[in-house]
Design a protein around this ligand. Structure first.
Ligand SMILES: [Zn+2]
Length: 410
């Protein structure tokens, strides 16, 4: 089995070149004198570190900033154009593709229909082709690519990135997407649960310096939940933390699920379940967005279905919220745009929530629902590519070869 290295989770030494890069990237110390003050390193050592980083094109030094000693220090920042990262937020019937620079700025975002029932092999080919088209559209080449992150509506084993028993995508069980991409590229490829990506995107937004305790609930064709505990994504031991989809609820299932529960939340209240419910009632609906639209137009059957789904989801969330005590519950995915669903969800959640928790709880829709997945994926892959331990490894390998420059990849 291929060994999976996650540099984002690896140790690094204080004052190392990776640590110096981190201080610059986080804006903690952005000049040579500030780095020396912050790290306690000799100015000559700081210069060696900074020169290694600028020499490899990872950091740029320009302009000036006020400094205490009267001499003007030039400002250091992460080089935006030392490469690009490609991301995809895959839903049951579509995928949103994005490219970002190395500071996380989105360069291009586009959404196209993708039938995941075609299976993982065909989907990986589709994704690779669409990444190439996106690169062309911003005048970049495959060689500019530094890494890829993909969100899927499925449980993802950590750290292997394997898809495990997705409820509505049976042909994806055990799919190893990084391995499938190996016929195209050796770059780092991360696969993540889509709700975890919404959680990461929300966590990247500053919250008055408070350590973040949040739940991100993805309400799409299926239902998922991502957990941020004290500012960090909580995946649990196996990667399945937040899999609330198979909790039993007292409703009528309109979809059969692979799990042993007859009435699991996902078979009763997911977008997929509502589509099935309305089709059974004679409606012609193509997907979750159609159900939301019918609800917006005031169709009585759709509004009733959305309200019931919202109440079931709110009830399940109340138990989770009472257990975990977050200060925010963020709703993402197509169904989070449904007013009747969100109203019923909030009402049920607050009705069953402990006062101590409810007093400080905010329930809101995602800041940018459509882009939350690709933004979270961009954050994930950049944290890996620009992790202090990876930067140290890169600089050491370039120095030991005695040549350069190199990009941030590999
Ligand atoms: Zn189930």
């Amino acid at each position: 089995m291929e060994t999976v290295t996650r540099y984002a989770e690896a140790e690094y030494a204080p004052g190392s070149v990776g640590d110096v890069f981190r201080l610059i990237r986080e804006g903690v110390a952005t000049s040579r004198p500030a780095l020396a003050r912050r790290t306690g390193l000799a100015p000559s050592t700081v210069s060696l570190r900074v020169d290694a980083l600028t020499g490899m094109g990872l950091v740029v030094e320009r302009g000036s900033e006020d400094s205490i000693g009267g001499r003007r220090a030039r400002r250091l920042s992460v080089s935006a154009d030392s490469g690009v990262v490609a991301t995809a937020d895959v839903g049951a019937n579509h995928a949103r593709i994005a490219l970002s620079d190395m500071t996380g700025q989105l360069l291009v975002v586009e959404e196209s229909p993708l039938d995941t029932a075609s299976g993982p092999i065909a989907s990986v080919e589709w994704l690779w082709e669409h990444f190439q088209t996106a690169l062309d559209s911003v005048d970049k080449k495959t060689g500019d690519l530094r890494g890829i992150a993909i969100g899927l509506p499925a449980p993802i084993e950590h750290p292997s990135s394997k898809v495990i028993l997705p409820s509505f995508m049976p042909s994806w069980h055990n799919a190893d997407l990084p391995r499938l991409f190996r016929s195209h590229t050796e770059l780092p490829i991360l696969i993540e649960n889509d709700a975890n990506l919404v959680a990461l995107a929300e966590n990247a937004v500053p919250d008055n310096g408070r350590p973040s305790h949040l739940l991100a609930v993805k309400l799409g064709t299926r239902i998922g939940c991502g957990i941020i505990s004290a500012g960090r994504l909580h995946r649990g031991a196996a990667g399945a933390a937040g899999e609330i989809s198979h909790i039993s609820v007292p409703g009528t299932a309109t979809l059969s699920c692979s799990c042993p529960e007859e009435n699991c939340l996902e078979s009763v209240a997911s977008g997929g379940a509502l589509v099935a419910r309305l089709r059974n009632a004679g409606y012609s609906v193509a997907g979750t967005a159609d159900v939301v639209e019918l609800g917006r137009a005031g169709d009585p059957a759709a509004v009733e279905a959305l309200r019931e789904a919202g109440a079931h989801i709110g009830s399940v969330l109340s138990s989770i919220v009472n257990f975990f005590s977050p200060h925010v519950v963020v709703l993402g995915g197509a169904m989070s745009a449904s007013a009747p669903l969100v109203a019923a969800l909030r009402a049920e959640l607050f009705r069953k929530c402990l006062p101590l928790i409810a007093n400080d709880l905010s329930v809101r829709t995602s800041i940018n629902t459509a882009d939350a997945g690709v933004k979270g994926a961009t954050h994930l892959i950049l944290e890996e590519l620009l992790a202090p331990a990876r930067i140290e490894h890169l600089v050491r390998s370039v120095e030991s070869q005695g040549n350069g420059p190199a990009g941030a990849g590999k």
